[in-house]
Design a protein around this ligand. Structure first.
Ligand SMILES: [Zn+2]
Ligand SMILES: [Zn+2]
Length: 333
């Protein structure tokens, strides 16, 4: 029962009792709001994840999710996170609605998710299905005898290791960082930044992903769930939702606090927390825990990436790689 249920005297405004009770009601209401605001950051990650995965699983079970439905669920997840960003923002200065680059972020998201990624995944899954029929029928290395959750964790670890290596390469090599700079050149972290990715990044990623999928030989259906995890987790990791966790959880999952460190304008911080899972950063010595790190601001000093959408797309072709890297304070670290 809510604390808002109060003395019935409040029903008669103007009486002496009402004048005494009204401030009490207001105080209780403020306390209740304060309690919710204190509790919600501890629950926000779980509410968003359980809702997103629960709804997806229910739609799959009911056969109500056609192929394109996966992309619809990805957008439902974005809207849900955007609502939480307004309700409990991590940084009150950051907002999807006050960021002039939000339209560009949506443009990159549409290009990436509606044009590039479906094409990439369609081709990838067709190749993997073909390969699994012809080359993996008897000698697949995939441990299909394990329980499904164990298979999923194994898949997650393998592909996250590939992602970790690729992300380090994006920061290590100038011509690759010119593609990745678009993702980093922002001071305003929010859910749309998860998809502020140059299409060139995805094409190169595809070239790595397909051979890995063929070699691993896992069921294509499981790859789709892996894709959903990456979408939901990636959106939350870039979001401006206030999310609180116990210290150990930052070692298990790439939380927003962990990933925002990687978006720092300081080279020494930018060269950390590359993985989608922290385990590879811990093993390879590039992990920084948010409780031990002070993040002042995100972005690339000098904001070298153009503000216009088409300029951003052309940027890797025209950028001066070395000048860009110097501005990003990455060299010599
Ligand atoms: Zn990066
Ligand atoms: Zn990022």
């Amino acid at each position: 029962m809510s604390d808002f249920v109060v003395n019935s005297d409040i029903k008669h405004p103007g009486t002496e009792a009402a004048l005494v009770t009204a401030p009490t009601v207001q105080l209780r209401r403020q306390r209740t709001t304060a309690n919710w605001r204190a509790i919600l950051p501890w629950a926000s990650y779980w509410i968003i994840m359980v809702t997103s995965f629960g709804l997806t699983a229910w739609l799959v079970q009911e056969n109500r999710l056609p192929n394109t439905g996966w992309y619809v669920m990805a957008q439902v997840n974005v809207v849900l996170i955007a609502l939480f960003e307004e309700l409990i923002p991590k940084n009150k200065q950051n907002s999807v609605f006050h960021d002039r680059q939000s339209w560009n972020d949506i443009g990159h998201m549409l290009l990436f998710k509606l044009v590039c990624r479906p094409l990439v995944w369609m081709v990838a899954l067709a190749i993997v299905s073909f390969a699994s029929k012809h080359w993996h029928s008897s000698n697949s290395i995939w441990p299909s005898h394990l329980p499904v959750p164990a298979q999923f964790v194994a898949l997650l670890l393998v592909f996250d290791l590939i992602g970790y290596g690729y992300h380090r390469a994006l920061h290590r090599f100038d011509f690759l960082f010119a593609f990745h700079a678009l993702h980093h050149d922002t001071r305003n972290m929010h859910v749309l930044k998860a998809n502020r990715l140059h299409v060139g990044e995805e094409v190169i990623n595809f070239l790595l992903l397909v051979p890995a999928m063929i070699i691993v030989g896992c069921p294509p259906g499981m790859m789709i769930w892996l894709g959903m995890w990456e979408v939901f987790e990636g959106n939350l990791a870039h979001s401006n939702v206030d999310q609180k966790f116990p210290s150990w959880f930052h070692y298990v999952v790439r939380t927003a606090d962990v990933h925002h460190i990687h978006h720092s304008n300081e080279g020494r911080l930018q060269n950390s927390n590359f993985g989608g899972l922290p385990i590879w950063d811990v093993i390879f010595g590039t992990y920084r825990h948010p409780f031990d790190t002070t993040l002042t601001t995100t972005g690339i000093d000098g904001n070298p990436v153009p503000k216009g959408f088409w300029g951003q797309l052309c940027y890797p072709l025209v950028s001066n790689f070395r000048a860009l890297r110097a501005r990003a304070s990455v060299l010599g670290k």
